[in-house]
Design a protein around this ligand. Structure first.
Ligand code: UN1
Length: 454
């Protein structure tokens, strides 16, 4: 089987085609990574820090080329692609400091002399499975912390982002990351399954269905696993909000990169008197979104899924407030779309579609809005738009989401803070920041006791 990726804005443009390496090649790569791990750990904090810092420099030195590749391979608008490249360099630079972090603590003995120590140690080989929508940032925020603490890593990127991942591997080599410390193996399901069966610690970002299978397979082997799955993210707008500002943020969260972020907004919940002005402002803001913000969806199947869901919602009684169609042009474009009166149980109101489409709901008060926002297993990111500190605090207390953003789009993350959702949106330890360093290490307890009776 061969792995191909095509330009979503120009489907005739084949970006890359490689032979899928197969399960045996994955096992062999994990074996080489395991053999390289002891040397990488023994190289010491200074060497690991310097190497990760050089990866950041290599990313920066190739920033424009990388941004152009992201645009071409996964259809991300240029401004966001540039932002992702900058974020990628910052991630490597941030984790370049991590090798110098304390790896444990000293404790007092309960009785008698001695030193009790905890020490965090790497697992061995991290198996990383990444999606296509952040083709450099997500592989980097998985690989950099894993490597910083002394693991080696094997990455299987999404087929749609194969060229970006292979380029990242080339840049790590340019930065003199030793051989077999970070390996990129393109592949599909067979390679992914083989990686989960061979790695010592597993990190996955992708769809809920595949993620559940990955979690089952890794836990079945007794191997630690984290999984970041889909989000069904709401934006709550209170009557006291600056409606224009809120509409701008929400339009960006619905249509930015064609809604292809697990943090994108797909449900807008207007509270009380906010409904009418928000509807008007949001329709205007979405109608004004252009290619520099939205871009195409990743492939034909994604567009079919999205347009099929919109027409079935309309058949079920929904009304289209803006958008709803596909522009007459090459590329997998979908108009930024807002729907009202979508039946509560319709898939569009219940599942993640990964497109520039959202559903508008009305809520009588904040309580009802919070109940609506929480009525999903996919509680990843929720935005709250209000001028009231009390309402913002109430929302922060009572929303289930793993990330609550006040007066900001639901999408967009700070790479040095924990990232993840609640309920069905995430499994295991948080990604990013210090949480990632914990995930890729296990604590050992060392008791140093006097041998000769002091
Ligand atoms: C962002 O909102 O900038 O797969 C990042 C995703 C998320 C990353 C979102 N893990 O879309």
């Amino acid at each position: 089987m061969s792995i191909t990726s095509y330009n979503p804005a120009d489907p005739a443009d084949l970006v890359v085609a490689v032979e899928a390496p197969g399960a045996e090649a994955v096992r062999a790569a994990v074996g080489r990574a395991r053999a390289a791990q002891a040397g990488w750990l023994a190289a010491g904090a200074g060497a690991r820090s310097a190497t990760l810092g050089r990866v950041a420099e290599a990313v920066e030195a190739h920033a424009e080329e990388l941004a152009a590749l992201i645009v071409r391979e996964v259809g991300k608008p240029l401004a966001e692609a540039r932002g992702e490249v900058a974020r990628t360099a910052a991630i490597w630079r941030y984790y370049a400091q991590a090798p110098y972090e304390p790896s444990g603590a000293v404790h007092e003995t309960a009785a008698g002399p001695g030193l009790l120590l905890t020490r965090r140690r790497p697992y061995g080989v991290a198996g990383l499975i990444a999606p296509w929508n952040f083709p450099l940032a997500i592989p980097s925020w998985k690989a950099a912390p894993a490597l910083a603490v002394g693991n080696t890593a094997v990455l299987k990127p999404a087929p749609e982002a194969t060229a970006c991942a292979l380029r990242l591997a080339e840049l790590t080599a340019l930065a003199s990351l030793p051989e077999d410390v970070f390996t990129v193996l393109p592949g599909g399901a067979e390679e992914g399954v083989a990686l989960v069966e061979a790695a010592d610690v597993v990190s996955f970002t992708g769809s809920t269905g595949v993620g559940r299978a990955v979690v089952r397979a890794a836990t079945g082997r007794g191997v630690p696993v984290q999984a970041e799955l889909g989000g069904l993210n709401a934006a709550l707008v209170l009557p006291d909000a600056d409606v224009e500002l809120a509409a701008g943020h929400i339009a960006a969260a619905i249509a930015g990169y064609a809604g292809q972020k697990c943090t994108a907004t797909s449900r807008v919940i207007a509270v009380g008197a906010a409904y009418a002005p928000l509807r008007e402002a949001l329709v205007k803001a979405l109608a004004a979104v252009d290619d520099s913000v939205c871009g195409p969806v990743v492939n034909e199947a994604a567009r079919e899924r999205m347009t099929g869901a919109v027409s079935s919602a309309v058949e079920a009684g929904a009304s289209v407030l803006v958008g709803g169609g596909v522009p007459e042009r090459a590329g997998w474009y979908v108009e930024p779309t807002l729907l009202a009166d979508v039946p509560d149980q319709h898939p569009l109101a219940r599942e993640e579609f990964f497109g520039p489409v959202a559903v508008l709901h009305a809520a009588a008060d904040l309580d009802e809005a919070i109940a609506l926002a929480n009525d999903t297993p996919h509680s990843l990111a929720t935005s709250v738009h209000t001028r009231s500190l009390d309402a913002a605090l109430a929302a922060a207390d009572r929303l289930d989401a793993g990330m609550i953003r006040v007066n900001a789009p639901s999408s967009g993350v700070d790479f040095h803070l924990p990232f993840g959702g609640t309920k069905g949106a995430s499994h295991g330890e948080r990604e990013q920041g210090r949480a990632a360093l914990e995930f890729y290490t296990v604590s050992r307890t060392v008791s140093v006791l006097p041998g000769g009776g002091l």
